[in-house]
Design a protein around this ligand. Structure first.
Ligand code: UD1
Length: 430
């Protein structure tokens, strides 16, 4: 089992390049099998989640060619099976995008029902409601969702909750339905727009992505394209908070500053200076950090995937901050680990009350999910002494070369897999 070992205390200083957006990439990879022609995808993040999904589409017969670390070719003409193995869905919930993609193209898909996960129960009823509205039958058979239709027909769908996954899944299936579909109360996240742009570049006819009403005119078939994925706003935001928490000065490159506005606003509120460029942002944290309140919301609100990163930064800011999680029910699991590092945080329901402390102290902690794991890394970078983080497999789901990028900013962090290596690190940094 790999771990991170970190000696904290170095301000992060320098430049870092952000990879393609993992959450856009997952949907785009699934959508790339919706044509029999070859799709070329650039700016593909080389992280565990995208690699598992690539394996899953290969497993059902698609041809995958890795052109380079961040470029992949996919050809869906060789698909033989419409049933996805549980092994994959167990590792990444986003395999559920294969439901919309396969249903659209073949009018039939079988994908195991994703289970619960570490950030709480995550129903997919809105995805299924959308498929049914398009005229597909949806049944649960032996733990799998089986959906099929003789013909998909455009429909008017009002989502009961704003769901990124449901919006994208319905958009994919509806692209190859007969007639027009309208999705109301749609999610407006940048990756919803990116997936719509990708599908449009394949010949789909989707309008309104980025607003809460998306209109799709079904087309008969989709064709080849070459597409570059947008930068990952969550990876970028994570480095922005790492700069703040370590009182550093970091230029975060290859970003779309507009997508980072909620994060930037909070950093300014807590006392950082943020400079925006065309495709970069610079975070300077040369003053002491102040308290603030934050509530997670669908885009353009403050993202739930950035909640642990701001909480850990506020744990070291002056005053009392309140963080409210309104998207997922169980997203404060990492708080116990932060407390072991000296943070003073009380969780009541979906709210964390954070009394800032002057510093954290290194400890052995465990990542409970992807973003919580990233937050523990930030804590370790800012803390005094040595932090060891177990279960970094979660962090590797979504951060490409995380420790390499952090080291280039002056962090002392290493990926290790034995006590001996930890001892070696201790000796080297002492
Ligand atoms: C996506 C992101 C995830 C991010 C989340 C919210 C991917 C692969 N994952 O997850 O990183 O944290 O958006 O920005 O892109 N809900 C229902 N019924 C449904 C679907 C969702 O009740 O059918 C609820 C969920 O429980 C949650 C809320 O809607 O409370 C938002 O979930 P959703 O936007 O669907 O999240 P995901 O697409 O799973």
């Amino acid at each position: 089992m790999e771990q991170y070992v970190i000696k904290g205390g170095n301000p992060l200083v320098g430049e870092v390049e952000i990879a393609g957006a993992k959450n856009a990439a997952l949907a785009i990879l699934a959508a790339s099998i919706m044509t029999d022609e070859t799709i070329l995808i650039e700016n593909m993040p080389n992280v565990r989640d995208t690699n598992v999904l690539l394996e899953a589409i290969q497993e059902i017969g698609a041809t995958v060619e890795r052109v380079s670390k961040s470029c992949v070719k996919v050809n869906g003409s060789t698909i033989q099976a419409l049933s996805v193995d549980y092994e994959f869905i167990k590792k990444i919930r986003a395999s559920y995008y294969l439901l919309g993609a396969l249903l659209g193209k073949y009018k039939h898909a079988e994908v195991p029902l994703p289970g619960g996960c570490n950030i709480g129960s995550r129903p997919i009823d809105q995805h299924l409601k959308g498929f049914r509205a398009l005229g597909a039958s949806v049944e649960i058979r032996h733990g799998a969702i089986v959906t099929q239709a003789d013909e998909l027909k455009g429909s008017h769908i009002f989502l009961d909750v704003v769901s990124v996954g449901a919006t994208i899944n319905i958009m994919m299936a509806a692209s190859l339905a007969n007639g027009r579909t309208i999705i109301e109360n749609a999610a407006r996240e940048p990756h919803v727009v990116d997936v719509a742009n990708f599908l449009n570049s394949m010949g789909a006819n989707i309008k309104g992505a980025g607003t809460d009403v998306i209109r799709i005119k079904g087309v008969e078939k989709l064709h080849k394209t070459e597409y570059s994925i947008i930068p990952d706003q969550i990876e970028a935001g994570t480095f922005m908070f790492a700069a703040a928490a370590t009182r550093g000065d970091v230029l975060v490159r290859n970003v779309i500053p507009k997508h980072l506005e909620a994060t930037t606003a909070k950093l300014e509120e807590i006392g950082c200076e943020v400079e925006e460029f065309d495709d970069a942002v610079r975070v300077m944290a040369n003053r002491s950090l102040r308290r603030t309140h934050v509530k997670t919301l669908p885009y353009p609100g403050y993202p739930t995937d950035m909640q642990p990163q701001i909480a850990v930064t506020l744990a070291m800011a002056q005053g009392t901050s309140i963080v409210t999680e309104s998207i997922f029910e169980n997203r404060f699991k990492y708080v116990d680990e932060l407390s072991r590092m000296g943070a003073n945080i009380k969780v009541q329901g979906n709210t964390a009350i954070i009394d800032g402390v002057s510093s954290l102290a290194g400890a052995r902690v465990c990542a409970s999910d992807l973003r919580a794991g990233a937050a523990l890394v930030i804590a370790g970078l800012a803390a005094e002494g040595i932090t060891i983080i177990d279960d970094i497999v979660y962090i590797q789901r979504g951060y490409e070369d995380f420790e390499v990028k952090l080291r280039s900013l002056g962090a002392e962090i290493e990926k290790v897999s034995s006590e001996k290596e930890i001892q070696k690190f201790r000796l080297r940094v002492s």
